[in-house]
Design a protein around this ligand. Structure first.
Ligand code: PLP
Length: 357
């Protein structure tokens, strides 16, 4: 079994994994209500929000779909700077949502001026942006983007994907004015895949009330109505919720500040190493604290490198999509520690040495 240095799924602490083996309970039982009620205040703390945080049995993509279906009444403006922004756009198109996309070239962030220029020239009621673009290792300046968008159009509903950053990077949805903030369980929260989360503001819920066809499974109003009674409309992923209950306590025990600091230190460490041996793909000043995308300037055979790492029970990620081979990625999120990265880097250096002989 290899230690995961890929940008999700991440390693799960064995005690958290074991929580999934607790005896099953009925989802309409008092035991379940107690479990779901315990989770809500903890997940709100991790999200740094006073708003409800919806929890679904799906990956993050499910709540992407729910978000676009529930709040876009006229037209969506979607900012993309990589593969996941592009995929969110495809999800909107696939749901018949009127949408325009602003693209930044891969490695560059989306910018406040892109939003300002576009909103001045055309009407939109919803904006969507990815906080941490996992394909390129770019962190977008979301606080500034949200502020700029609101300065043009105060009533916008603004949705942010924080799938590969929430729980590892400081994001303040209430302070920044984010209406819907989506994440998945398998990244910085260090849980198995299968749960998705979205905080939803009053403004987002109000907008949803004006939308006739919100879908059913990801109907935000239905999810919120049930959540108020610590229930879910359909059968929840009870085993995963047991793991979530424990992992949220662990995260809060570590402390959010300490967790953000750990992620930041890991990112600096990997970036320094990568800049010395290779080149960094993401633009300076916009580099992710959870995943580093490295330009493969030495033309290393990445599958070959991974075969070598596998002998030492470790795995990294190749470049994403069109960046495969040209780049590779190291994930440093979740429960990963600086000491784990030191071991990884030692092995990669060993591989590079062997290659250069
Ligand atoms: N958004 C980003 C930034 C991602 O990295 C991913 C997956 O890697 C997704 C969305 C899709 O999330 P999921 O695989 O949980 O559906």
């Amino acid at each position: 079994m290899s230690r995961l240095f890929i940008p999700g799924p991440t390693d799960v602490d064995p005690a958290v994994s074991r929580a999934q083996t607790r005896p099953m309970v009925g989802h309409r039982s008092q035991e379940f209500v107690d479990l779901f009620a315990r989770i809500q205040p903890k997940i709100r703390k991790v999200f740094q929000t006073e708003n409800p945080v919806l929890v679904t049995a799906s990956s993050g993509t499910g709540l992407w779909e729910g978000a676009v279906k529930n709040v876009v009444s006229e037209r969506l403006l979607l900012l993309s700077c990589g593969a996941f922004g592009d995929r969110w756009y495809d999800v909107a198109v696939g749901n018949g949502i009127p949408v325009d996309r602003i693209e930044s070239s891969w490695g560059q962030p989306n910018t406040p001026s892109q939003v300002i220029d576009t909103l001045k020239n055309k009407n939109y009621d919803t904006v969507a942006v990815v906080h941490n673009e996992t394909s390129t290792g770019v962190e977008n300046p979301v606080a500034e983007i949200v502020q700029s968008a609101r300065s043009i159009q105060p009533e916008l509903v603004i949705m942010v994907d924080a799938v590969s950053s929430l729980g590892g990077v400081d994001i303040k949805p209430d302070e920044w004015g984010i209406d819907i903030l989506v994440t998945s369980s398998q990244k910085c929260l260090a849980l198995p895949p299968g749960l998705a989360f979205a905080s939803v503001s009053e403004r987002a819920l109000k907008r949803a009330q004006s939308i006739a066809h919100r879908g059913w499974y990801f109907d935000l109003l239905r999810l919120e109505k049930y959540m108020k009674r610590s229930m879910t409309p359909a059968t929840p992923a009870i085993s995963l919720l047991n793991a979530l209950d424990d992992q949220l306590s662990r995260i809060l025990e570590e402390g959010l500040e300490a967790r953000f600091d750990r992620h930041s230190k890991m990112a600096v460490f990997i970036r320094d190493w990568a800049a010395e041996r290779f080149k960094l793909f993401a633009a300076e000043g916009h580099r992710s604290n959870t995943v580093t995308t490295i330009l493969n300037t030495r033309e290393v055979d990445i599958p070959h490198l991974n075969n070598f790492l596998a002998e030492h029970e470790m795995v990294i990620a190749n470049g994403y999509g069109k960046l495969k081979g040209e780049t590779f990625r190291i994930g440093h999120m979740g429960e990963t520690q600086l000491s784990d990265l030191e071991i990884l880097i030692g092995r990669i250096d060993q591989f590079l040495d062997l290659q250069s002989r």
